[in-house]
Write a new protein. Structure first.
Length: 148
């Protein structure tokens, strides 16, 4: 059964979000601009230890937004680009948008995508996706126990 836009956002973005725990919050701004589904207001609101922000709706290997070297002073940031794709949608991976890490869990394909030309990353979640969609990506399931 395919998830609705709201169910998709509530499953992967709302857990731990500063704005609210579901799409009924006053901050929910759905975005279906053709680059995946996501909420424009999403802010990671959970820390594990000091400064270690995580997106609770995503599995290990995909839940950390990273470090913002452009902030003044540089710091861990609490926003990350998460793109949710329905079964059959094409995330558009190619040599400019490279799937680097991938893992299938509970019927969803999780992919860390890197755009080297603009030094930008995304976490893509593909409903019903398989590793065959991104053959060059490393299978995170093979080394998940090495990730903190």
């Amino acid at each position: 059964m395919a998830l609705t836009v709201e169910q998709f956002v509530e499953k992967f973005q709302c857990p731990g979000c500063v704005c609210g725990s579901d799409t009924q919050c006053d901050s929910y701004i759905p975005n279906t601009d053709g680059y995946g589904i996501h909420c424009n207001s999403h802010v990671c609101g959970t820390m594990i230890g000091f400064g270690n922000v995580v997106a609770l709706g995503l599995p290990i290997g995909f839940c950390k937004p990273g470090f913002d070297f452009h902030a003044d002073p540089p710091r861990s940031h609490n926003r990350m680009s998460i793109r949710l794709w329905r079964d059959g949608d094409d995330p558009g991976w190619d040599k400019l948008n490279v799937p680097v890490w991938a893992m299938v869990e509970d019927g969803f394909l999780f992919v860390r995508t890197f755009a080297p030309r603009i030094n930008r990353t995304w976490v893509d979640v593909v409903e019903g996706g398989t590793l065959a969609l991104c053959p060059g990506a490393l299978d995170v399931a093979e080394f998940i126990n090495e990730i903190d």
